[in-house]
Design a protein around this ligand. Structure first.
Ligand SMILES: [Zn+2]
Length: 234
């Protein structure tokens, strides 16, 4: 096998790894954003439940005030009833007391419904707070691991680029330029094997003459169809 082919393959292997690492670095902002969005949903759930619980408590307080007002009126009417000597007035006050008492009962029923609702809101809020705490620690872990991924990838890229630089120094400059141009334009492979007489990059036939040249230890042959550098293993 042409030694230049071997060196080119070693360079290509590193260049491809750099591309993969670069892609994982490019994904980082999205990955971080996604992690933080998870927290926003949980925070919104807690805020929503807290708001509902506050609204419930205000409504309960208002009901209690309404009940108290009516109970005060009942107490006042009972005192007046005790003081009056007129039967008609006594009866009128009595029916007013009954009306207030009925209203109090109705308001107390509403209060009971609100209290039950508050119980379930509180338990939901507890669960939502727990979920938020859990998500927070998951996200902290995720963000830490993303930071580690970033550091590792950057370090690895530097290493690979140093290795590539050293490998390229062994080759003819024009060949390096050709390789780089093909790798950039194809975005996947610049150097491909000839298998069963076809280019492994575009799967088109390679002429016997070119196969023969690709086997030599000096010639560099490009696939006439896709323009990649072709080689024969062995
Ligand atoms: Zn080809």
């Amino acid at each position: 096998m042409n030694p230049a082919h071997e060196t080119l393959l070693a360079i290509q292997d590193r260049d491809r790894r750099v591309l993969d690492l670069q892609k994982s670095l490019d994904r980082l902002p999205t990955d971080r954003e996604r992690a933080k969005n998870k927290l926003e949903d949980d925070e919104a759930a807690v805020a929503d439940l807290r708001e509902k619980a506050t609204a419930n408590e205000i409504a309960t307080k208002n009901l209690e005030l309404d009940i108290q007002t009516r109970q005060d009126s009942i107490a006042k009417l009972k005192t007046q009833q005790f003081e009056t000597r007129k039967n008609e007035e006594f009866r009128a006050m009595g029916s007013e007391i009954e009306r207030y008492a009925a209203e109090v009962e109705e308001l107390e029923d509403k209060e009971l419904v609100l209290m039950e609702e508050l119980e379930s809101l509180k338990s939901d809020l507890g669960a939502a707070r727990k979920a938020l705490t859990d998500t927070q620690s998951l996200i902290d872990e995720e963000l830490t691991s993303l930071d580690e991924r970033e550091t590792e990838a950057a370090k690895r890229i530097t290493q690979l680029e140093e290795e590539t630089f050293a490998l390229k120094s062994k080759l003819d400059e024009d060949l390096v330029d050709t390789y780089e141009r093909i790798f950039r334009s194809k975005g996947d492979f610049a150097v491909v094997e000839i298998r069963a007489g076809v280019c492994n990059g575009c799967h088109m036939k390679i002429t016997p003459d070119n196969i023969h040249k690709a086997k030599s230890s000096t010639d560099i042959v490009l696939c006439i169809n896709c323009g990649r550098i072709v080689y024969v293993l062995g």
